[in-house]
Design a protein around this ligand. Structure first.
Ligand code: SF4
Ligand code: SF4
Length: 168
């Protein structure tokens, strides 16, 4: 399966389903899409999903390195073609934990009321949780995407340590 087919399949698992059964954007006015330049890491080779002509975003190189190459970051202006939103937006506010189970991504604590509320995973939309799990299982089968996940887990651990040191 090529990268485009692979990511199209992952996108389809998280096209319509959202963290809650209701629109959580109403709780926070879509806090995760705000800011002049919201930037999300693209997973390895995910840039194949974009033509480069999209007016709502640009793809830049971040400071994060994977195999010595900068990880690409998609920077949007707070509105997107929802069908084309990247995987990082689709899985938000979750990531995978060291035990392979889905967990709240501590980076979401900065703006997401769902993350801040310390809700139990079982209180989220079960289909969303199940599909994020499926997505991570598929990503973990590929060496480079697994490496990218591990780098992000390290960033999340560091973020957690900083939260503990300086308070939230
Ligand atoms: S910040 Fe959290 S609650 Fe708000 S729209 Fe994003 S995922 Fe939903
Ligand atoms: S790409 Fe879309 S979903 Fe992601 S932050 Fe930008 S506006 Fe929000």
């Amino acid at each position: 399966m090529d990268a485009k087919m692979f990511y199209s399949h992952l996108y389809s698992l998280l096209d319509e389903v959202t963290p809650l059964k209701v629109d959580c954007g109403k709780l926070c006015s879509g806090a995760c899409c705000q800011g002049d330049d919201a930037g999300m890491y693209l997973f390895p080779h995910e840039e194949v999903m974009y033509s480069g002509k999209e007016k709502w975003m640009e793809i830049l190189e971040s400071d994060l390195l994977l195999r010595g190459e900068p990880v690409k970051i998609l920077v949007c202006k707070g509105k997107c073609d929802r069908k084309k939103r990247p995987l990082s937006c689709r899985i938000f506010p979750f990531f995978t934990g060291d035990d392979g189970k889905i967990t709240i991504d501590r980076r979401a604590n900065a703006m997401c009321p769902l993350a801040q509320s310390k809700m139990d995973i079982k209180d989220f939309n079960p289909l969303f949780v199940a599909n994020v799990e499926k997505v991570f299982k598929m990503l973990s089968k590929i060496k480079i995407t697994k490496e990218f996940i591990e780098i992000n887990k390290e960033i999340i651990r560091d973020y957690g340590k900083m939260e503990e040191m300086f308070g939230k």
